[in-house]
Design a protein around this ligand. Sequence first.
Ligand code: CA
Length: 234
Amino acid sequence: MAERILIVEDEPKLAELLRDYLLREGYDVFLLERGDAVEDWVRAHGADLVLLDLMLPGRGGIEVCKALRGFSDAAIIMVTARVEEVDRLLGLALGADDYICKPYSPREVVARVKAVLRRTRPVETGAPAQLLLDEPALKASVAGRELGLTAVEFQLLKILASSPGRIYSRDQLMDAMYRDERVVSDRTVDSHVKKLRRKIAEVLPERELIHSVYGVGYKYEWPADPMPDDPGVR
Ligand code: CA
């Protein structure tokens, strides 16, 4: 399901430009011009992220931000026309996730939106949190998000995930990872595991899927709790 982004901006041209950029990225995008319309809208429809202009008719961005923080876990990016305003906003501890200054490029906003969503929505609400391996394409995704693995990292994850709970030695992992029997050191396996873990952590920060077994090697385990009905690898 696409993430919902609400743009609150009283300059229609700017709002529409941003909307077009974000739509192209596959988000569901909605526009509001007035600050006093935001709270009701978010209560009624929900949002994953709100791009919130500071100066708005009806109700200012600061008040809107405080109101949203009271009931919604939507990520909030505050947009201000003045760089020096950011320090003041930070001092208010509004709980916004990021700040953007005008004028901005739509590309920059898209990048910031993605970064904030990645940070605040590691697992999409309601999406099944599971590992999917697309072998022909060498692509792995967790909870619908692609991990961006190298071919070697993909092989490593595939072996480990093929038998959850089974401990593999570094030698076994090396054999399976490098079919051409290139000589690699133990440290190479460790560094691939490290990179793989880092990529998984980007989409699933609170769970460890790959566990070190001291002195032996590694194993893959999908955490049973707190996702009791999780299907694990499919
Ligand atoms: Ca404005």
